[in-house]
Design a protein around this ligand. Structure first.
Ligand code: ADP
Length: 654
């Protein structure tokens, strides 16, 4: 069941590719349906503008013919027509362009915010598989590329199509002989352009790949800048980046040369065609002037000019169409990536296999739930062949502390992930108060769960923002709790974003109390800005221990029913560790929540009600500290011995 997920994204992309640009347009249309009126206005002004455009050359020709015939009245009438056509073109042309732009902006808005919401909804397995850079570029660049045909080119596409047909038809009407002649010169030019476009597009695909590699290098290097610098690998990263850019440049130059040759040959054919047409057409006009048969092949000068204008109208729109088609193809490519994301539905969702999900109301407001894993089997999607959990049983009684210990890589953190429902087990069950986690509303469970993990992730906002994250629906928590707007945006209008079930903002006292219990108050108050201190990107302006204590304070503030501690102290120095451990003991002593704790240092779990030794994806031993120490040759006993020997467990008191 878990394996299906892996190819879902891929399958969507092929679907969309098979359907191509037309289906893409249909989908975009379904998005803009609400803008029908504006689209209709844009399309009708487009059609009227085009009619005026197509009529213009014949008015121009007519002006010339009346001049030659010395017919003032006819001449003035023709000028009037041309003027009307010009006014229509400029007024409606501008109106049409504005409408198309507005519609385009609305589509971009709609797709972007939908896409981001859909992204946030994806489950953790999705993010295991995806590269952040790729997702960011889908949201930014791809959405722009996919909507560009609508914002700017759909109007010109329809316009070009109309001019293409109108120009060709009118050329034939004015002089079919000339039109046939001109047509024959077009064939080699069109063939040439097509061949070049094919060659260029495959070359450009290579260029994109190289540029993508370059972007990946930048993401990796800047994201891990400390590793890069401490390993003195600046030059290495630069070389990697330059290598990708070099490739893109080489191919780009080849493309530019190809485009030059194409342009040269195309221009030659174009100009050649003009010379041939004018030579032949001029001959026909001469025949006419020397009294040729009115019904014969003769041509007035005005009509020759009109033909020339129509033909270049046709020719220009032909070229234009080719460019626009290329834009459409590019846009359909970007659209494929965007739609596949919009369509991909997370496996972890609120639709239980049968029946609907229920609210999770813990038995009592002051007692944590009973937590169980029953015979859980699980493998990560990225490494399906490795069964991380192989029938694991874990059981923690209400409001007790259950510990998970064992060799590294044994699957302890995986248990925490399953309890948060980041993933579902392939077989077996995760139970809260004897109910399958899949039958409980996801948000309920997560809102009532607190997590402190090895690496605390902080937002680049204030300390207060990080402490109160997800607890309230205030837009500017600093202003609400601290009474001072620290928002750099200043007087930007404040709006409230509604979050389902979110409560009121915590009071300053509650926040400080939580910080106090988490041993975080002293260091927070030592900062000049106190709770309003900005922590920097990912919290870089704080030490590891400080970040960790903020996570603990956050957990206090949430008053979780289920508290998950995943090696919460393992990344800390011993002083910070002692402080954080003290804070956690506080939290556990309250006995208002059930605690699952993964610990590397066994001293920290000595007092747990039940210790589970997780090894090879199974629960090898289970019991209290003393019981486990009594097992001869037991894994736990050996682990304790190793740690004592390593001198890391003076606190264990053996
Ligand atoms: P522990 O917490 O006991 O050290 P974990 O639960 O973190 O062990 O990991 C168990 C196994 O699962 C390890 O072999 C690890 O490499 C693998 N693993 C952990 N997370 C992922 C992931 N997101 N994708 C693929 N494999 C993973």
């Amino acid at each position: 069941e878990g394996g299906i997920r892996g190819d879902r994204g891929v399958r969507n992309e092929t679907d969309a590719r098979e359907k191509g640009p037309v289906s893409h347009l249909m989908r975009v249309w379904s998005v803009v349906k609400s803008e029908r009126l504006m689209v209709a206005a844009a399309l009708s002004s487009l059609l009227i503008t085009n009619a005026a455009e197509i009529a213009s050359p014949s008015f121009t020709g007519s002006i010339l013919d009346h001049v030659v015939k010395n017919d003032r009245k006819g001449f003035e009438l023709a000028v009037l027509y041309l003027t009307i056509s010009a006014v229509v073109q400029s007024v409606l042309g501008a109106f049409k362009a504005t409408c198309f732009r507005i519609v385009g902006r609305k589509i971009t808005w709609h797709i972007r915010q939908n896409l981001f919401s859909q992204l946030l909804r994806q489950d953790i397995a999705f993010f295991d598989a995806a590269a952040t850079g790729d997702l960011v570029s889908r949201l930014g660049n791809d959405v722009t590329v996919m909507t560009s045909p609508i914002t700017t080119t759909l109007g010109s596409f329809i316009g070009s199509l109309a001019r293409l047909i109108g120009g060709l038809a009118c050329s034939f009407i004015v002089s079919w002989r000339l039109a046939l002649l001109a047509f024959t010169t077009l064939v080699p030019a069109a063939y040439l352009t097509k061949r070049f476009a094919m060659w260029s597009s495959s070359l450009n695909a290579h260029i994109f790949t190289s540029l993508g590699e370059a972007t990946k290098t930048v993401n990796d290097a800047l994201g891990n800048i400390r590793t890069v610098k401490s390993s003195a690998c600046e030059d290495l990263e630069h070389k990697k980046y330059k290598r990708s850019l070099d490739r893109a440049l080489k191919e780009g130059i080849l493309d530019a040369k190809g485009a030059g040759i194409n342009r040269f040959l195309g221009g030659l054919l174009d100009e050649g065609s003009l010379v041939i047409v004018l030579w032949f057409g001029g001959n026909l006009a001469l025949q006419h002037m020397h009294g040729g048969d009115a019904k014969g092949p003769g041509l007035t000068v005005g009509r020759l000019i009109a033909f020339q204008l129509y033909w270049s109208m046709f020719n220009n729109s032909f070229e234009n169409m080719q460019n626009l088609l290329a834009t459409f193809t590019r846009s359909a490519g970007a659209a494929t990536r965007v739609w596949s994301l919009v369509d991909s539905f997370p496996d972890i969702n609120d639709e239980a296999g049968a029946g609907s999900v229920q609210q999770w109301l813990p038995a009592s407001a002051s007692v944590g739930p009973k937590v169980e894993l029953r015979d859980a089997v699980f493998a990560y999607q990225m490494r399906e062949e490795v069964r991380v959990l192989q029938g694991l049983d874990v059981s923690i009684a209400p409001s007790e502390v259950g510990a998970l210990v064992g060799p590294s890589g044994g699957g302890k953190s995986t248990v925490i992930h399953l309890l948060l429902r980041f993933y579902d087990p392939h077989e077996g069950q995760v139970m809260l108060d004897s109910r399958d986690l899949r039958s409980l509303r996801l948000q309920d469970v997560r809102r009532k769960t607190g997590l402190v993990s090895q690496e605390t992730q902080l937002f680049a906002e204030s300390i207060l923002y990080n402490l109160a994250y997800g607890l309230h629906d205030c837009d500017d928590i600093d202003a609400v709790v601290l009474g001072a707007s620290t928002n750099s945006a200043g007087d930007e209008e404040t709006s409230t974003i509604t979050i389902d079930d979110a409560g009121e903002a915590p009071t300053r006292e509650q926040v400080l109390e939580a910080c106090e219990m988490a041993q975080a108050r002293v260091f927070i108050e030592s900062f000049p800005d106190g709770l309003a201190t900005r922590v920097g990107e990912r919290g870089v302006r704080l030490s590891g221990g400080q970040r960790q204590r903020i996570a603990v304070a956050r957990a206090f503030l949430r008053k979780p029913r289920l508290l998950l501690l995943d090696e919460a102290t393992s990344a800390l120095d011993s002083e910070s560790e002692a402080l954080v451990q003290q804070a956690l003991n506080h939290l556990m002593e309250q006995r208002t929540s059930t605690v699952a704790v993964v610990a590397h240092r066994l001293s920290t779990v000595r007092n747990a009600n039940a210790i589970h030794v997780v090894s090879g994806g199974q629960c090898a031993e289970r019991g209290r500290h003393e019981e486990l120490m009594a097992i001869e040759d037991g894994i736990y006993k050996k682990l304790v011995k190793t740690q004592v020997e390593a001198g890391a467990t003076s606190a264990i008191g053996e």
